[in-house]
Design a protein around this ligand. Structure first.
Ligand SMILES: [Zn+2]
Length: 270
């Protein structure tokens, strides 16, 4: 799962670049990966996630231009995220396979939630890389994230039905989560007239709130995203005098941490 995460992290970073090229109306980069500086086509052994970046020390083999740390970070982040989510979601399913097999509907729903979260996370990584590099969130990708988040929400409602929990209660829980996470971002965006938060942030938050489907986890996500932003981005912003901090990557990071802890803490505690 770590290797799979690294591969999709590499894919996501490529997609961010290709999307940017399309938005700028530049010439298509072609089917193969190229150096963004000298446009030379990369050999397969320079295209291995994590490994190639480390062996080339973050530079192009041909022109020695810097590749940038975003590629390496997105590969590492998604690899770690895939690993943690497997531990939190897939492992409990595999450990209780014999028992869960007696209820195929529940088993399939649990597996579907796990897979959909991984798919959502790939789209979120493209958005996070794009936001970190260019300070924008492409609308088409936001819509895709909201659709995938919505599918996770529907699966969780279905799961509640199988477990005999109140569907109404699950939907209310989901709605309060959306109000807390997306609502907060929307209010800050409107009240500050886009100075503190962009129009894309609240749509990104909406996708996350749908996938969480839980108001308590939504509250933790907004808290943790702000905390991560303060700890990681603020010192740099103060030093350089650049006061623009792109919130997207922190929202996505907080989302993964909350998703993992939210699913395994109840197991660990009881
Ligand atoms: Zn080059």
């Amino acid at each position: 799962m770590f290797v799979l995460g690294a591969v999709f992290g590499s894919f996501a970073c490529c997609q961010a670049w290709r999307w940017r090229w399309r938005v700028l109306g530049k010439k298509d980069l072609g089917q193969w990966s190229v150096c963004m500086h000298c446009k030379k086509r990369l050999k397969w052994y320079d295209n291995i996630p994590l490994v190639s970046w480390l062996t080339l020390r973050g530079r192009c083999r041909y022109c020695h231009a810097k590749i940038g740390v975003a590629d390496f970070l997105s590969e590492l982040s998604l690899a770690v995220a895939f690993l943690m989510l497997t531990w939190a979601y897939l492992l409990p399913v595999l450990e209780n396979w014999g028992l869960l097999r007696l209820n195929p509907d529940y088993l399939v729903t649990r597996l579907a939630i796990f897979v959909m979260i991984l798919v959502l996370l790939i789209v979120l990584t493209v958005l996070a890389v794009y936001d970190a590099k260019w300070g924008e969130l492409p609308t088409v990708l936001l819509v895709l994230a909201i659709v995938f988040g919505g599918i996770v929400a529907l699966l969780k409602v279905h799961e509640a039905m199988i477990l005999g929990e109140s569907v109404w209660g699950t939907v209310v829980n989901l709605a309060i989560g959306v109000a807390i996470l997306a609502g907060t971002c929307f209010v800050i965006y409107k009240a500050s007239r886009e100075r503190l938060m962009g129009s894309g942030d609240w749509l990104l938050a909406l996708a996350l709130a749908l996938a969480l489907a839980n108001w308590w986890l939504a509250l933790w996500t907004i808290f943790l995203a702000n905390l991560l932003g303060d700890v990681i981005a603020l010192p740099g912003a103060m030093k350089t005098g650049k006061h623009v901090v792109h919130f997207g990557p922190f929202l996505v990071g907080a989302f993964v941490i909350v998703l993992v802890l939210g699913n395994c803490l109840p197991l660990l505690l009881g």
